[in-house]
Design a binder for this molecule. Structure first.
Ligand code: MSP
Length: 648
């Protein structure tokens, strides 16, 4: 039994019906970030991922390729393992539901629940969605299609075993109501409560019309319903019914990290299975939002999936992990495009973080021959930098504990911005010119190195190779494999005397014009679309200074035309004072080109220019859109106010 505090985190076990995309990579990277963070805090972490290999969906995918399901999934599972290695995922186990260790547990549990009378045989008549592996009643269908994914459903009439879920509904409701943390974020919790209150039907937990699954132990005609089988993986892997000591050590899981699509399985079916076998429930199920492409959800059938391996090869593992985690605000959906990823890499990683490190190292090289000096006399700005570091550490810890990755990173960037500002305030290049200020110069450079140490520690769970790469240029850490999170909360741990040596750029800038991305029709980028508009949207607070960095201007539209071969993009020519600019706006679905000419709109004038479909867009027009993107209205001004006027 471990004497350390344990932390058990899981991802969904993915269907190996096809190779995985960045949506799956998001969950796995997010869970990896948590696993690394908790290890840095000294926890005994068990991080589980794996594959959900049974069911009709897999059987059909194999058939389409002319293969038996076994060899078919073996090939995909190999690719999945390779993907996780490339993304530096530190899972402690990889469970496959086709393994004997898992089959045994599923059969034992099925038998136990049957023996105690919670599973009974009857006839099933209803609808089945194979892509979702989900049963629906006629009433639940929407326009005769699957209410979850909108695809065709099939009528099933089979003799089946049923799981008496309704028996446990009240106990489950009580558990959810008494344990605020059980379903997170909050909005998802309410959704589940309402669903249970509307009445739970018994669940059909066996199938007879195909073979690819685990046999019901006492009736060989039946195979176990794939979700009943799959959910049990979370206890198989930590030794349920095989290694009591391990099971006691890690169960209940601290977090099942999933996306909202499979929330009900995890917060209704899974807890009820656990209640039926008298096992404690997991401490938390966290349902994050979806990564969407401009044309909607990523799916193989739409042909719009994004391969994480290609991105990793192009931009490096740190940058890909960072941009994924930054993209989805707490619990919300977020829109992904490669342009957005590149812009993020250029602004956050190359400009803010990369520059801070390279400028600091260059100054230590130049002014102190590549040896970090002893800290010298303190001034007020130093205190402010130190205080920011402390606050950021506390904020980052708190946000990570809530699985709020965006705001954790936002916190880290507060310190990066503060340290960059500190360079501007202290003007080391001027201090270097005055012999009598050498000690002050030493203090400034020491404080910068110290800020860098703290930043590298706090970003390590997200960007696992950064500290080692930076260490080649400034030897802050004696062992980058053993970084301690708590040390990010302390000031003054960087040893004076360490060597610096300027090396290659940690995050080379990517020329957006070099991007050669082919968007298929609807996937063209919408420049001004807001992200994640779900009700109750929470975005991070910003200070007035941060708001003031936005240069919002009144701009008059002087001409407007559709961009060829796109459905959504308009090329808009605007006037701000005497200046004319070109912008690309993703509003063609809502506006005819002539609708806007002569209108005064609100322009974000200091947005970094970016090239879209070969047109350099120099700013962004503000527009409001509803939750589903069915309505959009460009913000306009009616008065005589002249173009170029500042909006604040
Ligand atoms: N096999 C089931 C899970 C069983 S768990 C006991 C399954 N597999 S899946 O391959 O479809 O994976 C779904 C999960 O993949 C989502 O819950 C989420 O974690 C991740 N994602 C897949 N697409 C995604 C996005 N577009 N965006 C974010 N996450 C996504 O369901």
């Amino acid at each position: 039994m471990s004497t350390k505090k344990t932390y058990y985190i899981t991802t969904p076990i993915y269907y190996p019906s096809d190779n995985l995309h960045i949506g799956h990579a998001y969950t796995t990277v997010a869970a990896d970030c948590m696993a690394r963070f908790k290890r840095m805090q000294g926890y005994d972490v068990f991080y589980l991922t794996g594959t959900d290999e049974h069911g009709q969906k897999i059987e059909r995918a194999a058939q389409e390729k002319g293969l038996m399901p076994g060899p078919y999934v073996d090939g995909i599972v190999k690719n999945i393992r390779h993907l996780w290695e490339q993304l530096l995922i530190t899972n402690n186990d990889f469970i496959r539901t086709t393994e004997t260790r898992h089959k045994d547990v599923v059969q034992k549990i099925f038998q136990k629940v049957f023996d105690q009378g919670d599973i009974y045989i009857s006839n099933y008549e209803g609808w089945y969605c194979t892509p979702c592996e989900t049963f629906f009643t006629q009433r639940q269908l929407q326009d005769e299609k699957c209410p979850d994914c909108g695809r065709e459903v099939e009528l099933l009439q089979e003799e089946s075993y049923f799981f008496n879920m309704s028996k446990y509904a009240d106990r489950l409701l009580q558990h959810i109501e008494e344990h605020e943390d059980f379903i997170q974020p909050e909005s998802r919790r309410n959704e589940v409560i309402n669903f249970i209150k509307s009445g739970l039907e018994d669940l059909c937990v066996s199938r007879t019309t195909f073979n690819w699954g685990i046999q019901v132990p006492f009736n060989q005609k039946h195979i176990v319903y794939v979700w009943f089988d799959a959910l049990i993986n979370y206890i198989t892997a930590v030794g349920y019914a095989s290694d009591e000591e391990m099971f006691q050590n890690y169960w209940p899981a601290d977090v099942h990290l999933i996306a909202k699509d499979i929330l009900r399985f995890h917060t209704i079916i899974w807890p009820i299975i656990l209640m039926a076998i008298d096992i404690p429930l997991p401490k938390k199920v966290f349902g994050h939002g979806w990564i969407l492409l401009e044309g909607g959800k990523m799916s193989k059938s739409k042909g719009n999936v994004v391969d994480p391996l290609i991105l990793k090869d192009k931009y490096g593992v740190d940058a890909v992990r960072y941009s994924l985690l930054k993209e989805l605000s707490y619990g919300q959906d977020g829109i992904y495009s490669e342009e957005m990823m590149v812009n993020r890499i250029n602004s956050d990683l190359a400009n803010d973080l990369g520059n801070l490190i390279s400028r600091s190292i260059a100054m230590i090289d130049r002014y102190f021959d590549g040896v970090l000096p002893e800290p010298g006399p303190h001034e007020d700005t130093d205190e402010d930098l130190k205080n920011t570091a402390r606050e950021v550490f506390e904020g980052a810890t708190e946000k990570l504990d809530k699985l709020d990755f965006t705001n954790y990173l936002q916190n880290c960037w507060r310190l990066i911005s503060r340290a960059n500002k500190y360079i501007d305030e202290t003007e080391p290049w001027l201090l270097a010119k005055e012999e009598g200020r050498k000690k002050r110069l030493a203090a400034v450079l020491y404080n910068l190195a110290e800020s860098i140490r703290i930043i590298l520690l706090m970003t390590a769970p997200t960007m696992p190779t950064l500290a080692a790469r930076a260490n080649e240029q400034i030897e802050i850490f004696t062992d980058v494999e053993r970084m301690n999170w708590m040390e990010a909360g302390m000031w003054g741990l960087t040893p004076a005397g360490i060597k610096t040596q300027k090396g290659p750029s940690l995050f080379p800038r990517i020329d957006p014009a070099s991007l050669d991305i082919e968007y298929a029709g609807e996937d063209a980028p919408e420049v001004s679309k807001t992200q994640g508009d779900e009700a109750g949207r929470q975005t991070a607070e910003i200070t007035f200074e941060e708001f003031a960095r936005l240069d919002l201007r009144v701009a008059e539209v002087i001409s407007c035309e559709k961009i060829k071969k796109t459905d959504k993009l308009l090329k808009v020519q605007v006037k701000i004072g005497e200046e004319e600019r070109t912008l690309v706006a993703g509003i063609a679905v809502y506006y005819q080109p002539d609708d806007l000419v002569g209108k005064k709109v609100v322009l974000v004038a200091n947005l970094k220019p970016t090239k879209l479909r070969g047109v350099l867009s120099q700013g962004m027009i503000l527009a409001a859109s509803d939750e589903n993107g069915t309505m959009m209205e460009v913000l306009t001004l009616e008065s005589e106010i002249p173009p170029g006027s500042r909006i604040k």
